[in-house]
Design a protein around this ligand. Structure first.
Ligand code: AMP
Length: 505
């Protein structure tokens, strides 16, 4: 009997600490194993059969994370859903994924039952409260024996479906197999040198690949422990850092931490590694973290569909602004977005990846899956990038963010970097907006550093000697802040919509 992912992630000795919470709860690997057995029994009784989806739409808690492993143990397919989703989005996910069980907060039980009925796909609603006690799921699990015969699952069986953020069109469900998740967790554990002595500050959401798989799977595989925070809050992270060895964050974590007086050499003395990913880390933030703490943040690149693809190294150069070389076992190439021809080193093009980390396709969308894979198995990521002579990859933006102005290609990142380097600029986002003459007009949306005074004219003048005329913004819009999602990604589609009429109807 074997269940590829579950067996590997729960092989740690029962007495070792799995996680602790700020309110003093401490759960060992033995508790996790027992909890998954109890939860899996409830799931099976509720009708979950091998391959069935179990959707979870609850706030972060140790039990919510245990539910992921319980679903895998019961042979199911875990489907986490952000609690910020709207009614329309939930209706779509329920209809599309047809979960056998839908887990929601006790306060939303009635609503959820209505949604499941409206979806017409069957399935049972169970509830799980954020306090680790309330809800029908835990009530049914309580007092059960810790015996559950783990359901057999092979490497190519699905362990999870994660819907992509889907900034254009409908979200797509990325199907991730046991092999996809375990192979990536194994290689990252080794590449980042995780051991049973590691203590990770976990302040990421657990509905997304970063907090759910990268963070939790690696620590479980290494047998280390987590300080499990409900969300990112600078004060709570700073309280935890002196006892931690590692921090994984999105760039926003670091831009917020550098504003805190307590983020210094003493509070971070016990840390061995700070990792950033899910969105680009500004070179300036990288430098600020180093100046304050002496640590060079390790930046890596991945996506829901592929797990992690590249990473700066533990030993060796961590180069700001790059995401490092491809990870061992990941094939990565740069191709011409139009023709698919492989491009030489140093040329910007589409990033394509292949390896055990790459997902099995989009749930119930064979045409979309086929359109995003090459015949030789490479997945077309949609990210544009370049590989340097040193083998390090630099991402220049999403393909759909590429600006074509007067027939010229402009890569937003190049313009953003030039603007970010100007005195008084905190950050910028460069977008293409419909323009009557140029097709798209390069437009910069800029945030000033605290206390700095910026002007459109001043920024345009400063860029003159630095960028070719076609790359320079036609307009600069000064704003208080950039719109970001929970993973720290700037929402360029939102900016394009907001300012769409800038150059006329
Ligand atoms: P998600 O599927 O939500 O994890 O989003 C994946 C996307 O985030 C990638 O396709 C990239 O566009 C972006 N991304 C992830 N890591 C980085 C990084 N280190 N630098 C720049 N973009 C990144």
């Amino acid at each position: 009997m074997s269940n590829v992912l579950f067996d590997a992630l729960t092989a740690t000795a029962a007495e070792r600490l799995w996680l602790e919470t700020p309110d003093g709860r401490r759960l060992g690997y033995g508790d996790l194993y027992r909890l998954t057995a109890q939860l899996a029994q409830v799931l099976v009784e509720a009708g979950v059969r091998p391959g069935d989806r179990v959707a979870s739409n609850v706030e972060k808690s140790p039990e919510a994370l245990a539910l992921y492993l319980a679903v895998v143990r019961a042979g199911g397919v875990y489907l986490p859903l952000n609690t910020a989703y709207t009614a329309t989005e939930l209706a779509y996910f329920l209809g599309d994924a047809a979960p056998a069980v839908f887990v929601t907060d006790p306060s939303r039980q009635g609503e959820a039952e209505g949604r499941v009925a409206a979806a017409g796909t069957g399935g049972q609603v169970l509830t799980l409260g954020v306090d680790g006690r309330s809800g029908s799921l835990l009530a049914a699990a309580e007092g059960r024996t810790p015996d559950f015969e783990t359901v057999d699952r092979g490497p190519d069986d699905l362990a999870a479906i994660l819907y992509t953020s889907g900034t254009t069109g409908r979200s797509k469900g990325a199907m991730l197999s046991h092999r996809n998740l375990l192979s990536n967790a194994r290689l990252l554990k080794d590449f980042w040198r995780f051991t049973a002595d590691d203590v990770l500050v976990h302040a990421l959401p657990i509905y997304h690949t970063h907090g759910l798989f990268v963070a939790s799977n690696i620590l479980a595989l290494a047998g280390g422990s987590m300080i499990f925070l409900p969300r990112f809050e600078a004060g709570a992270v700073l309280d935890a850092l002196p006892r931690a060895t590692t921090l994984m964050g999105v760039p926003t974590f670091y831009t917020r931490l550098v504003r805190e007086a307590r983020f210094n050499r003493e509070t971070t003395a016990h840390l061995r590694l700070m990792i950033s990913g899910s969105a680009p880390l500004l070179a300036q933030t990288h430098a600020e973290v180093e100046a304050l703490t002496g640590h060079r943040v390790l930046e890596r690149y991945g996506m829901t569909e592929t797990n992690m693809n590249t990473s700066n190294p533990c030993e060796g150069a961590r180069i700001a602004g790059t995401v490092g070389p491809p990870l061992p076992g990941v094939d990565l190439r740069i191709t011409d977005p139009e023709t698919g021809a492989v491009l030489p080193t140093g040329q910007i093009g589409m990033i394509e990846v292949r390896g055990e980390n790459v997902f099995r396709g989009y749930w119930r969308q064979p045409e979309k899956t086929a359109a995003e894979f090459r015949a030789d198995g490479f997945f077309i990521t949609g990210d544009l990038g370049v590989i340097g002579e040193d083998g390090y990859v630099t991402i220049v933006g999403r393909g759909k963010d590429l600006i074509i102005t007067g027939g010229f290609n402009v890569y937003p990142k190049e313009v953003e970097e030039a603007i970010d380097a100007l005195p008084g600029v905190l950050e910028s986002a460069v977008i293409g907006l419909p323009h009557p003459d140029f097709g798209e007009g390069v437009t910069a949306v800029v945030v000033a550093a605290p206390g700095a005074e910026l002007s459109e004219k001043g920024i345009l003048a400063a860029l003159e000697g630095q960028l070719a005329a076609f790359k320079r913004p036609k307009r600069v819009l000064l704003v208080e802040s950039l719109p970001r999602n929970a993973m720290g990604k700037v929402q360029k589609a939102h900016l394009r919509e907001q300012h769409g009429g800038l150059y006329g109807p």
